[in-house]
Design a protein around this ligand. Structure first.
Ligand code: PRX
Length: 688
């Protein structure tokens, strides 16, 4: 299964940054204000998990109280059994009921800047309530029932939040697909989820251009038709207004075999605002979110209602020191199409009644200082972004943030991949003014929320380390036998006890759920499975965790997970490609980039006599991958070869290819099982 092993690497990073006093950064107090307070809290959470999680669950609003905190029959957890609640009620209605209906829930800034500046919209809890109720009624009118999966493929506009919360309101699960994915990704996910309804938009703005979302959905509909999947309804928000004239449809018009298209405004305009929140069982599915795996097919990660909400409200509150009514403005720059957006643009922040900022577009539109302008304009207090973005900002220079007043900032967060110490220091110095603590939050789509992170008022930070486990998380670095290993030795990152935000399954694939997450490492004493993250890690002499990255065949490109198989399948679907192998290699900005090794079918030679595979062919293949998977899957480098190095049993030697892609001069792997040494020489370019 693993194609590379954790390493005993030791990054000689010894700088230590003490947490500031709350007042130094503008808070009245820290929720957890000292290392001792953290230690006590964590120790209690491990000694008495039920008591600890019962207390956290009391911050969630239950329509019916739960009877039991946890039923655990590894690997199946049922949290807050017997309880009923509704996620939209928790994020929206309960704040209205408590008298905060006129408070701002969401601040949105559009990308285009015309004349007087960007479009800014603010939604209060009452407006969110009314809009989710209207759309909830629309969905019910279209036949959506409790338990159905609604697919959402939208730009970063407030209606995306409304769509997600409206699903939750009526008890439908949402499956959000990142707007950067292509039609094949939509088709595949819609079929896997057996979803019959898509909510989308005509388009979205990105870097000044229109992304044609509806066109992609229409292409996905042809694909669904060809596979016999009857899509029923598509609700289309008009965002860009570029669908004009003859291309404009009338609500109710059919697209493909069976799908009816409807304009969002036609349906919501006619809908009523009375739509009570459906009481859900604690373990009812709240959402599905697809993530890449080591096989070609993305996995639909299942999250349920009570546990997920309990976990994200806690992790958001503790990691970012959120407090309602205290003038905080939280901004997470992730797209809601990823788990970070689910947990920390929406659910975790709204649960805490702190206004959440949503920005539609790119960091470099119209200029490279757009993010700093946004922070200054809205007086953002907590800012959460990814290392790949920070590295890009570094490249653009510290003069840009220096032009803006960033003094409102109090806590900075990072997520998605290990952050290089130099990027950490730059973020701390130039964005945080040397004042704001940095929370390097390590977690996964599967964990629902943060599992390792410094708590900003309690834990001294070391650049590049996600430091210590979240209260309630029993994390460890172990060997293949499940034994905890000594300081500074590379091992596997595992979680030994269930936690409320953990995934409950891979949609429709029990076998994959068990084999991916629970089949690898066990408690050596009891034989009970540990949650296996597929990340390598080490702990240092202070017990701090240092994540070393994936040990399976997935690559993190700009913080986004891509399965090597997904990209390989896309390449092989091109008429000229016979075989493809994809590996990652270190990239200054993206963290990792993709290198694809490709062999061509004889058809290429026949159709292009005398032509060698050239840049034009590379460009064609790159565009093909972008069309099939999405722009973020584009290979940075394509290398053509006569054959790929394989073991005698026929397995592609990925480690070897990785070495070649990384430009390792001397091939360090044992190549004695190589079928054909000349292949290696050619791939290295020895004969170029
Ligand atoms: O390899 C780890 C890396 O991102 C993976 C999870 O990716 P995904 O499910 O897309 O979720 C991303 C947002 C939570 C992990 O297995 N990763 C995430 N955060 C960090 C990280 N690696 C190191 N440090 C982090 N802070």
């Amino acid at each position: 299964m693993s194609s590379s092993q954790p390493i005993d690497s030791i990054l000689h990073e010894t700088r230590l940054f003490k947490p500031p006093a709350a007042g130094e950064v503008g808070f009245d107090a820290w929720h957890v204000g000292s290392a001792q307070a953290y230690k006590d809290l964590h120790a209690r959470s491990i000694a008495d998990p039920e008591g600890f999680w019962r207390d956290e669950a009391s911050r969630v609003s239950w329509l019916k109280p739960f009877d039991r905190v946890l039923e655990w029959q590894a690997p199946d957890a049922r949290w807050f059994v017997g309880g009923r609640l509704n996620a939209c009620h928790n994020c929206v209605d309960r704040h209205v009921d408590a008298g905060f209906g006129n408070e701002t829930a969401l601040i949105w800034e559009g990308e285009p800047v015309a004349g007087g500046g960007p479009e800014v919209r603010r939604l209060t809890y009452e407006q969110l309530r009314a809009q989710t109720a209207r759309l909830g009624n629309v969905l019910k009118g279209l036949g959506v029932k409790k338990g159905d999966v609604v697919t959402i493929y939208m730009p970063m506009v407030p209606e995306l939040a409304v769509a997600i919360l409206a699903c939750a309101r009526i008890g439908a699960a949402h499956s959000v697909i990142f707007g950067g994915f292509a039609h094949t990704a939509i088709g595949e996910r819609v079929i896997d989820a057996d979803s019959r309804v898509i909510i989308t938009a005509d388009g979205g703005y990105r870097r000044g251009e229109v992304v044609p979302l509806l066109k992609n959905v229409e292409a996905a509909i042809s694909l669904l038709d060809s596979q016999g999947h009857a899509l029923r309804d598509v609700v289309v928000l008009e965002r860009t207004g570029h669908v004009k004239g003859a291309q404009r449809f009338a609500s109710g018009q059919t697209c493909g075999a069976s799908a009816r298209l409807h304009w969002w405004h036609d349906l919501t305009g006619a809908a009523g605002e009375d739509c009570p929140c459906t009481p859900m069982e604690s373990e009812d599915m709240l959402f599905l979110l697809y993530t890449s795996g080591s096989t070609g097919k993305p996995k639909g990660i299942v999250h349920t209602t009570g546990g997920y909400l309990t976990f994200v409200q806690m992790t958001a509150r503790l990691a970012f020191n959120l407090s309602p009514g205290a003038g905080q403005i939280f901004w997470c720059s992730a797209d809601i199409g990823w788990v970070t957006g689910h947990s920390y643009v929406l659910y975790g922040i709204l649960m805490n009644r702190v206004p959440t900022l949503m920005y539609e577009g790119a960091p470099n539109f119209p200029a490279n200082d757009r993010f700093w302008e946004i922070i200054a304009r809205h007086k953002v207090t907590q800012f959460y972004t990814a290392p790949t973005a920070i590295r890009t900002f570094m490249k653009w220079g510290h003069e840009l943030p220096e032009k803006h007043n960033l003094s409102s900032l109090r806590v900075l967060g990072t997520v998605g991949e290990p952050i290089n110490p130099e990027a950490w220091i730059w973020y701390h110095t130039h964005i945080g003014g040397g004042r704001c603590p940095i929370v390097d939050t390590y977690w996964q789509t599967e964990t629902g929320g943060h599992v390792c992170t410094p708590l900003p008022g309690a834990i001294a930070t070391k650049p590049g380390s996600c430091t210590l486990p979240m209260p309630g998380i029993d994390a460890a670095v172990v060997n293949e036998q499940g034994e905890e290993i000594g300081a500074n030795r590379g091992g596997l990152f595992v979680i030994r006890k269930p936690w409320p935000g953990m995934l409950r399954g891979v949609f429709g694939n029990r076998e994959r759920f068990i084999s991916n997450y629970w089949g690898r490492v066990k408690d050596p004493a009891t034989g009970e499975p540990y949650y296996f993250s597929a990340d390598g890690a080490r702990r240092d002499e202070d017990g701090y965790f240092w994540i070393q990255g994936r040990i399976d065949d997935v690559i993190k490109v700009s913080g986004h997970l891509l399965g090597t198989m997904e990209v390989e399948s896309a390449l092989v679907s091109h008429p000229y490609v016979a075989e493809a192998a994809v590996v990652g290699f270190p990239h200054e900005i993206k963290g990792n980039a993709i290198c694809a090794f490709v062999t061509l079918k004889s058809r290429w030679k026949t159709e292009h006599p005398g032509r060698v595979p050239d840049d034009a062919l590379k460009a064609e293949l790159t565009a093909h991958v972008a069309r099939e998977v999405g722009a973020l899957a584009k290979p940075e480098v394509i290398r053509f070869a006569e054959g790929l190095p394989k073991t005698r049993s026929g397995k592609i030697m990925r480690r070897l290819l990785r070495d070649i892609a990384c430009g390792v001069e001397k091939i360090t792997q044992d190549t004695t099982t190589l079928e054909d040494f000349s292949v290696v020489a050619a791939l290295r370019g020895d004969d170029e």
